[in-house]
Design a protein around this ligand. Structure first.
Ligand code: HEC
Length: 203
């Protein structure tokens, strides 16, 4: 009985190992070797405690399902969304929120585009500021408040991953978040997007 390669477990395992090692060499190793360089050139600033709390709400409400944070280096995208993403921008992002579905606009460089008040109205009912909007309403964000109980622990974990939070920042975190509404925290996060990195003139 003749056997072709699709019937051989050995060949299957071998080829899987070869392909996986190739990806490792091409994608992972260079980033480990150049990690320090990337961090040195980065304009990224770690999120404050309240911005970090807002980021968690962004994730839990599924905003990243409709919004990307990934401006590609293509002319029409740069015209519409500003400076394209650079690899050094996301060194403090765990996990990254690049997203993949562009139902709504890209939010990479959102900071400064709207006032806080605009965001409040838009999150409570997007149709009030953009009549044709299909974005869902999130009125409860301004009714539910945060305790801030877990924020210091989250910052400590991020510190082990390389985000340079100081003891003082971690110590003060709970008070910064406690009693704020989810909406307030989310808006602080939205207003931080691209504030640190969009300064640089796009190349
Ligand atoms: C079902 C898809 C969908 C979801 C989920 C969604 N959005 Fe949107 N979003 C849109 C669409 C479509 C627009 C464009 C119309 C508008 O401005 O309302 C938009 C617009 C925006 C804008 C204005 C962007 C700009 O450049 O004008 C912001 C800010 C925003 N969304 C934030 C959020 C946040 C925060 C969440 C999570 C709480 C969220 N969106 C969830 C679809 C979505």
């Amino acid at each position: 009985m003749s056997k072709d390669f699709t019937h051989s477990l050995v060949i299957l395992i071998l080829t899987t190992v070869v392909v996986a090692s190739f990806s490792l060499v091409v994608w992972v190793v260079p980033n480990i070797v150049r990690g320090d360089d990337i961090a040195k050139n980065s304009l990224a600033v770690p999120l404050t405690a309240i911005e970090l709390a807002g980021r968690d709400i962004y994730i839990s409400e599924g905003c990243h399902v409709c919004h990307t944070q990934m401006v590609r280096p293509l002319d029409p995208e740069i015209k519409r969304n500003g400076r394209p993403n650079q690899e050094a921008d996301d060194i403090y992002e765990f996990p990254n929120l690049w997203g993949s579905k562009r139902t709504g606009p890209d939010l990479t460089n959102l900071a400064r585009k709207y006032s806080d008040q605009w965001h409040v109205i838009h999150l409570i009912n997007p149709r009030q500021v953009v009549p044709t909007s299909i974005m869902p309403s999130y009125p409860w964000l301004f009714e539910q408040t945060l305790t801030g109980d877990d924020i210091s622990a989250k910052m400590e974990v991020l510190r082990t991953l390389g985000v340079p939070y100081t003891d003082q920042e971690i110590g003060d975190a709970r008070l910064q978040v406690r009693g704020k509404t989810k909406g307030e925290a989310l808006i602080r996060y939205l207003q931080s997007l691209g504030k640190d990195t969009s300064q640089e003139v796009s190349q």
